[in-house]
Each structure stands twice: as C-alpha cells, then as structure tokens.
Write a protein that binds this ligand. Structure first.
Ligand SMILES: [Zn+2]
Length: 240
C-alpha cells in the first residue's frame, strides 16, 4: 500500500473531534467565598453589574461556546469575556471582538471550571430573554458556558461537573430550575443544542430540588414557557 493510499484509508476527523475529546480531571469542592466558588480558576470579567434589588437567584442557564467555533482549549473564550479578544487573531473574531459579554462560569471539556463573575452579581449571558412570564433573565440567573459546539456531543466530565456546580449553587442560593439559552431565547439562540442530553443531567440532579425542565417537557410546552404570559418563575414544577 502506498503512502497515498494509506492516507486515503484513514478516517477524516473534524478538528472538533481531535481537540475536544475531554478527560476526567478537576472538579470544584463546592464551597463558596462570597459569590466565588473555591478551588476553581477565577478570571474576573468587567462585563457584569448589580442584580436588581430583592431578586433571588432561581434559574441556571446553560450555553455552549468554542472560539473559534469547533476549536477547544485555547485562550480565546477567556479573552472574549474580558474584552481582550483580538479581532485579528482569527477571521471569526472580527465579528464578535467588540461585544461585551460574560458568563458566571465556563466548563471546559476536561471538567475544569473557570469563574468570571461573582454569582451575586449579574453576568451578561442571556441577552433578550423570557421564561415563565419574566423577561431579562440575566437578572435572576446564573450563566454557565459549556465548552463545545452547538449540536455536537459534550463530555462525561462536563455532565459530572455541571451537576456538582448546580448542587453547589442550590445549596447557597434558591436555585430551582435549569434550562438552555435556546429555551429562554427561542429562534434567536440555539445553544447548547441537541448534543446536550438534559435527561442525563436530570439523572445527576435527582434529589437536588432543581427542575431540569427540558428533560421532560414537550417542545410545545417549552415554547409556551418562553412567552411572557407563561406561568410564574416562582413555581417551576407547576408546568413541568
Ligand atoms: Zn448562549
């Protein structure tokens, strides 16, 4: 067999599969210093502000991100959330480098967590959003970015650490429900997408008191919950 034939017989792997496999390293210990989780890497972002007064933190919103899309492990997400992304570093960055956004957490493919914003403060992750009759869900939510590509699988480490993080959040704040960005901004956002298995997360959250609504709600119900006349956020179990 010639070298050329050998090369042809090898399966072609997308860059995503090659660099986004994940492993089983790292996890938080679940204790807090104020609104910062101990034992994870802290990268304070300027893209945050005060939450409205008397607004309990009741919702977690899962997102997905990789920069450039499909490439994992680089420094670009941290730079993006800290307004230090160079527009010249990649053609894709030219369209996003001026945006001022953040999330509270980034969960890497290998299970490592980074925190950008104090949970007690408002991160800029959800944008225009509505869930259970309430708009602007940045006000009362925690934003968690899963490193990955919308529609592609996530890693076992990400399910494990996401569940630990949500448990830790629910022990400290009145967190009641977890949904995707795609659910609170349907038509505008599609992350984390069908590669994220909500039932798998729900299994890990049994007994936590956190409703994983996308694990069991129909598409029609999810759409209804994203409208402003939907039931109150204070009773997530009612329509779940
Ligand atoms: Zn998102």
């Amino acid at each position: 067999m010639t070298r050329r034939q050998r090369r042809r017989r090898q399966p072609r792997r997308a860059p995503f599969d090659a660099v986004c496999a994940g492993d089983r390293s790292g996890s938080p210990d679940g204790s807090w210093q104020g609104g910062w989780l101990r034992g994870v890497h802290h990268v304070p972002s300027p893209n945050q502000g005060e939450r409205p007064a008397s607004t309990p933190i009741v919702l977690a919103v899962l997102h997905s991100i990789s920069l450039p899309p499909g490439r994992c492990g680089g420094p670009h997400i941290e730079r993006f959330f800290c307004n230090r992304l160079s527009a010249r570093a990649h053609p894709f960055f030219a369209g996003i480098a001026g945006l001022q956004v953040s999330a509270h957490f980034l969960l890497r493919r290998d299970g490592r967590l980074l925190q950008f914003v104090d949970v007690q403060r408002r991160a800029w992750h959800a944008g225009r959003s509505c869930w259970r009759g309430l708009d602007n869900r940045n006000d009362d939510s925690v934003g968690i970015e899963l490193e990955g590509l919308e529609g592609r699988p996530f890693t076992a480490a990400q399910y494990r650490v996401a569940a630990r993080l949500l448990h830790a959040l629910a022990r400290r704040w009145p967190l009641r429900e977890v949904v995707g960005h795609e659910h609170i901004a349907p038509g505008r956002k599609g992350d984390p997408g069908p590669g994220w298995h909500w039932k798998r997360l729900a299994h890990r959250l049994q007994g936590s008191g956190i409703a994983v609504t996308p694990a069991h709600a129909s598409a029609e119900l999810l759409q209804a919950l994203a409208r402003s006349e939907a039931p109150s956020a204070q009773d997530p179990g009612r329509s779940a």
